[in-house]
Design a protein around this ligand. Sequence first.
Ligand SMILES: C[S@@+](CC[C@H](N)C(=O)[O-])C[C@H]1O[C@@H](n2cnc3c(N)ncnc32)[C@H](O)[C@@H]1O
Length: 230
Amino acid sequence: MADKPDDHPREIALEARTIAGEKLYSPSASRNRDAIRDVVLEVMPSEGKILEIGGGTGEHGAHIAAAAPGLTWHSGDPDPASRASIAAWIEDAGLANLRGPHAVDVTAEDWGADWGADWGVEAGAPFDGLVSINMIHIAPFAAATGLFAGAGRLLKRGGVLFLYGPFSREGVHSAPSNEAFNASLKSRDPSWGVRDLEHDLAPLAQKNALVREMIVEMPANNLCVVFRKQ
Ligand SMILES: C[S@@+](CC[C@H](N)C(=O)[O-])C[C@H]1O[C@@H](n2cnc3c(N)ncnc32)[C@H](O)[C@@H]1O
């Protein structure tokens, strides 16, 4: 399936990325970046501060920030090679509204409470949006727990938590390829796996004052899922 490559030299990414200098290029990002950008632009305000979690190569942030001059986009990743790539994408883009990289690991307790000095004043909470693309299924469930807890702490009232990836619904995979992908994730790490919107994420949303507002079907059996902070 298109977004679930079977070649995985970089275990955090599950796909064969290419590299030019410090810049990494992800085949899946080149395929899905327009479609994801369009949904982000639809659900985010035209002006505001966005925090991207698990930015990976940095391509999505650069692509979206270029189309949204009113959004200040802060990208980052806990993985050092990804941060180097994000920094290179930011430098090459030369966009005033593209910042980072931060090193937020959402499994850290109370993440986001003390980053101020490293990020610049404008980086601090509250945020208008948190964006995480293809992250919570390729990480232990603690990453989903930490992401939703952070969204509860750091989003403005009315702010958006935006997720993209494969998800199951009421315990059922949306396609055989997603079921196979889930099995392959679990064979790499039993703590990884396609998350279920109702069984896994709805309780996290409820606990953190987030209401699921929109689900957008995307190519290759992926979804964009939008939660709004109450
Ligand atoms: C499959 S990559 C996706 C990268 C990018 N968002 C994309 O779609 O091309 C998943 C990313 O999530 C990051 N990640 C994993 N666990 C994380 C955590 N606990 N907190 C923040 N990011 C995490 C990884 O380092 C990796 O860069």
